[in-house]
Ligand binder design. Structure first.
Ligand code: 9MR
Length: 373
């Protein structure tokens, strides 16, 4: 297990006892009464009008609805490909824009898988979210080993980071509407994560990363992105304070990405809208970037209802925030998900089941998007 996964699980365990107490209240609050939009209503001579897709409905709300894309599934699975094209107006590379994939050897770039996704997006009128330029995970071995054995010193590492960000953002210039420039740079307590970036370069690496990315593509909106920052807490407040400070210094930080990897065993973060609103007031865009809602398997109707309620709550908070212009799920079918491989006994975190059938969560998103506002 890599350190991000460990981090996620550690964080999850840390809030377990508090969350267990809060769960019942959270469930009740986050489940407002709802009415489906003309379910079973037939048009014309007995032919039901094909139901609008998520992206059709999202267009009317001027919000992008996105998914992370597993590019292997995209290449091999026709049903997956069709659903990706039909339901979403934005795509994020689940893995193929990460450093270990795009620069497997120093100075040798391999954009092929990412380019393929960008081509798919273009062909289907979809926007592309860029994920991610700087992370402590999925770094190439030449880089981590070079730092560990001292053959890459701090000065060299800063140059490597500048070249990586510049090369990647330039390669996709004009094709990416939002970039996750820095990913998961804070700990739960709001201190900066003790990564090789902090250790070698000190805290200024964050401002540098944004400046380099902006220079390479001034048109892309530049985001910070993390998990466990849904509510107002030490970690999200650290991002808020950092954004305020950097913007006062003229650093081009333009967005806050809230990953939203939820789990139905915990309470829904009911202060999500308030959290998004404070970033909005700072002049930042916001986005839900990696939504999924896991559970212990097998599912049952009650668990699926709670999952639907959580998805609905995430989307509702985004729709209520002016600058929240994209809502992305981290994969859309239970057929392909990072969850079972990471959280023992858990899964079924997505909005379609493994046979691409609509789950209550899918219907909840449709209903939320279809609401008059
Ligand atoms: O979904 C991704 C999975 O396929 C990779 O193995 C994993 C490696 O750490 O990264 C997953 O995506 C992560 C994302 O890039 C950042 N936020 C947490 C996501 C889930 O771990």
């Amino acid at each position: 297990m890599n350190s991000s996964r460990t981090g996620l699980r550690r964080a999850a365990l840390a809030v377990l006892s508090a969350a267990l107490v809060a769960t019942a209240a959270g469930t009740a609050q986050a489940h407002p009464g709802k009415v489906g939009p003309g379910k079973g209503h037939h048009h014309g001579k007995g032919h039901p009008k094909p139901a609008a897709s998520l992206r059709d409905l999202a267009d009317r709300r001027h919000v992008l609805i996105g998914t992370a894309v597993d590019t292997t599934a995209l290449a091999e699975d026709g049903a997956y490909r069709a659903a990706t094209a039909r339901e979403f107006s934005s795509v994020t590379a689940e893995n193929v824009m990460k450093w270990e994939v795009v620069e497997p050897e120093r100075g040798r770039y391999d954009w092929s898988a990412a380019d393929e996704l960008v081509r798919f997006a273009r062909a289907h009128g979809q926007q592309v979210r860029g994920h991610t330029l700087l992370w402590h995970n999925q770094l190439p071995a030449w880089l981590t080993e070079g730092v560990a054995d001292g053959s890459i010193d701090a000065k060299e590492l800063r140059k490597i980071l500048r070249e990586h960000i510049t090369a990647e953002v330039k390669h996709f210039k004009g094709k990416i509407y939002q970039w996750d420039v820095v990913n998961e740079v804070f700990e739960e307590d709001g201190s900066l994560r003790d990564s090789i970036w902090l250790q070698q370069l000190g805290p200024s690496y964050i401002a540098d990363a944004f400046r380099w990315a902006h220079r390479a593509d001034p048109g892309a909106k530049l985001f910070m992105n993390d998990y466990n920052v849904e509510g107002v807490n030490a970690k999200s407040t650290a991002y808020y304070e950092l954004a305020k400070k950097l913007r006062a210094q003229g650093v081009p930080v333009q967005g806050m990405g809230v990953q939203a990897h939820l789990d139905i065993q915990y309470g829904f973060p009911t202060d999500l809208a308030a959290n998004l609103a404070r970033f909005d007031r700072l002049g930042l865009r916001t986005a839900i970037t990696e939504a999924d809602v896991r559970m212990f398997t097998p599912s049952d109707p009650a668990k699926l209802a709670r999952q639907a309620s959580d998805y609905r709550g995430l989307l509702a908070a985004c729709l209520a925030t002016k600058g929240c212009t994209s809502f992305t799920v981290w994969g859309f079918t239970d057929k392909y998900s990072w969850v079972p491989g990471t959280f023992e006994g858990e899964g079924e975190a997505n909005i379609l089941d493994a046979d691409f059938r609509h789950k209550p969560a899918y219907e909840a998103l449709r209903e939320e998007l279809a609401k008059r506002h």
